[in-house]
Design a protein around this ligand. Sequence first.
Ligand code: GAL
Length: 683
Amino acid sequence: MPQISFDSRAILIDQQRILLLSGSIHYPRSTPEMWPHLFQKLRAAGLNTVETYAFWNLHEKQQGHIDFSGRLDLAHFCRLAQQHGLHVFLRIGPYICAETNFGGFPPWLRDVPNIQMRTDNQPFKAAMTAWVTRLCDYLRPLFAPSGGPIILAGIENEYGNISQHYGAAGIRYLEYCRDLANSLHLGIPLTMCNGDVPGALTTHNALWGHGKLDEHYAKHPDQPVLWTENWPGWYDTYGYARHLRSTTDMTYLLARFFAGGGTGANYYMFHGGTNFDRVSMYLQTATYDFDAPLDEYGLETTKYHALAKLHHLLAEHAPELLAQNPPAPLTLGEKQLAFTYAPSSPNPLTFLCNDEESAPAHITFAGESYDLAPYSVQILSGSRLLLDTAQLDPAHIITRHMEPLATLPPFEASPEPLPAHRSAGLAAPEPLEQLRLTQDRSDYCWYSSTFTSTAPTTTLTLDGVADFVSVYVDGQLHATTATPLVENRTLQDHKDFTQTFTLRLPPGHHRLDLLCCALGLIKGDWMLGFKNMAEERKGLFGRALIDDQPLSNWTMHPMLQGELTPPSSWTHFDPHNPSPWSPLWLRTTFPRPDTPHPLALDLLGQTKGLIFINGRCLSRYWLLTATIANPISPFPPMTPAGLGEPTQRYYHLPQSFLAPHNTLTLFSELPTPAPTIQLCRRI
Ligand code: GAL
């Protein structure tokens, strides 16, 4: 059975150094039917490893009920990878960040008494130990010492981002993480990204891997430099522009990292895929395209081809790269360096690097002159140019689009009843926090009370509320939360969890119904102003004030009626006659289209809610226009795209979710949906 180890230079398989060329594909973000194709593309791109997190939040949605079926069949995913000649780098977490609901923790964890996540806290460690043990037992045959493809195991994730808030308890927690992994005898090296604990390899997540090299050599001279997250783009959030990263930026920084001595790099993501169901983090779009080399639909992009060429070249020259310690660079200019491998061979391998962002460089190396584009690397064998990262092969420039296939038949509609028309809810003097009522089985919870207005204008203040609220007074929709929402909020001073609405009402007694929509749970402490993740709150968890007077006597209706009992009476949907508006269920049917291409729904003209296909939740949707260019500022290498358009217009509908005849259902939370939608194919 293969033995996996490491030395100061690289990961070793059976004592042989390897160049780790890896790409992330998260199994729940595609379908088992897509996996063989994705692995084949990953392999064809010259990569030798697939990396994935394990998603505890999906495997154990209900405490004690573990699911490894369908898209969650991680063992099948690993076996298929092995059949495609790939190693697997498993990031166990179980804290994984990943723009997934609750950073990978199951929401029920929040309800464990006295729990604090990611620190030296007994209830948390007990739950983590149980899950990690269960996961590793399940995967036991798939670790390399048993003949499986898993060669590396990552534990925790970027603890460095929050460690200052946990001090000595945080250090004890990291030691616990390492000891837990060791106690499971996985027989492969353990890694930890952006967080240090003796006994685990320290790896790096960064926009520029080469920026980490010197620090790594100084701090960890006994460990190879592994770049666990190389970001080809970024995730998207509703109401903000998309984040794109250029192909030549990617080819430059990958070549530059290996030039300087890196021996392992992983694209986060190589295929980003789709956030199906309701499992994305707060505000995260259903698409997780990430501007990755394979697009959301698994199709090749320009970036894919350019990087593939570079991977093949690096793989071909792995023996020279791995045979020696990183060479000392030769300085050719202020920001121009040359790194030469196998210097005494007839054809040494040289990387000529221009680290100047905006200016080309004219340099002389070994008696020859070279023109280097800004931020570029030229790779030479002797004096022969093998590859210039700034040059893209015109034959491999790919543009893709959505082609409409069919307008689906007009919708039928069924109203979602307002609370006044539902059976008695849960009564309490004060509003009850939403997750306590829903356990996150739904995004929705109604909060109802009454009040008296005396002036023509009334101010409603919700002090302690999340995330998106529709305000109904006397059965009519009066206001909704201002957009775009802010990704990172602060719980401490309530400012980011306060919403104010001005209501124009006739004086008198009124009924108030608030439909609170939770848009996904946070992914880390910093999304609550560095409060522990256990503090996550949804719905109305504070006070509601009418002109500064707190309201009392609340009734809560957790979940939509249509989620509890599917709507039974449907009528033709007339978008011009929805008076007064109430949230709606819309449905239509359509046959499976006769095309092998990936499919998407064009939801332009719809507003916000949930999509269901044949009864299963496909994803959330929101056609919110992108009005802000960059929520993560400054973020230099990303280019904003799609300002003035909905952040997400097309929603991936995997072929395997379809039957010969299909029912598409939308929950429409906000007014003015269009009467029809388009089915498209990605070409
Ligand atoms: C990293 C994190 C990943 C993912 C990524 C951003 O910091 O480790 O899980 O969240 O950022 O997309």
